[in-house]
Design a protein around this ligand. Structure first.
Ligand code: GDP
Length: 201
């Protein structure tokens, strides 16, 4: 899939503010600092579409982008950052849950996990919410360049075991080496439909 143009549309704090259009939507979610901004920028061929390395856990909004005038991209707030005050931390999850349960545009969720981290209870809860709402999920392992080649399989194995998901179903990515870019863009084209049906990409 070719990225022709992509732009930021709006930031939303409440479900009532979500853009009301028909575009199929692809969402990105993951813990703070997982590399979500870097991955979105890498996929969209942009350096600063999404601000990277910002203070973890501070973004409390869902940010919407429009890709190729045909696909909506939702960047969900990073959850689970240890140093965020509990009160602030608690505001993220309800918004994410409401998004998952209500967003009818949502066709595919990229669920990001740092390859070096074993997913915890928040991840398991959100994954089960996604599957309960019949949302296709692409488990996307980030920062894979940080792990040596000969240890990669072990890291993948640990995560797949914790999630109870076959390791073949995990996507291996790196914003640094562009690893996984083609596969993820292929998924966006496949699930967000417009691409294939319109034949315009
Ligand atoms: P976010 O909080 O999930 O949006 O994470 P960011 O994209 O801001 O990345 C957090 C930190 O990890 C930054 O210092 C990035 O430079 C770094 N980072 C993100 N992706 C990668 C990657 O694929 N490889 C490496 N080596 N570092 C990465």
């Amino acid at each position: 899939m070719k990225i022709k143009d992509v732009y930021f549309l709006k930031s939303c704090k409440n479900i009532a503010d979500f853009p009301d259009y028909q575009y199929p939507e692809v969402a990105f979610l993951g813990r703070s600092n997982v590399g979500k901004s870097s991955l979105i920028n890498m996929l969209m061929n942009k350096k600063n579409l999404v601000k990277t390395g910002s203070k973890p856990g501070v973004t409390r909004t869902i940010n919407f982008f429009i890709l190729n005038q045909a696909i909506s991209i939702a960047d969900l707030p990073g959850y689970g950052y240890a140093n965020v005050p509990l009160k602030l931390k608690k505001t993220f999850l309800p918004l994410i849950r409401r998004y998952i349960m209500n967003r009818i545009n949502l066709k595919l969720a990229f669920f990001l996990i740092d390859i070096r981290r074993i997913p915890g209870s928040i991840e398991l809860e959100l994954l089960s919410l996604l599957s309960g709402n019949k949302i296709p999920v692409a488990i996307t392992l980030t920062k894979c360049d940080k792990v040596s080649r000969n240890r990669l399989a072990q890291y993948i194995q640990n995560i797949s075991k914790q999630l109870g998901i076959d390791s073949d179903r995990l996507f291996i990515t790196s914003a640094k080496t562009l690893s996984g870019k083609k596969e993820l863009l292929g998924l966006i084209a496949e699930y967000a439909g417009g691409t294939v049906r319109n034949g315009g990409f």
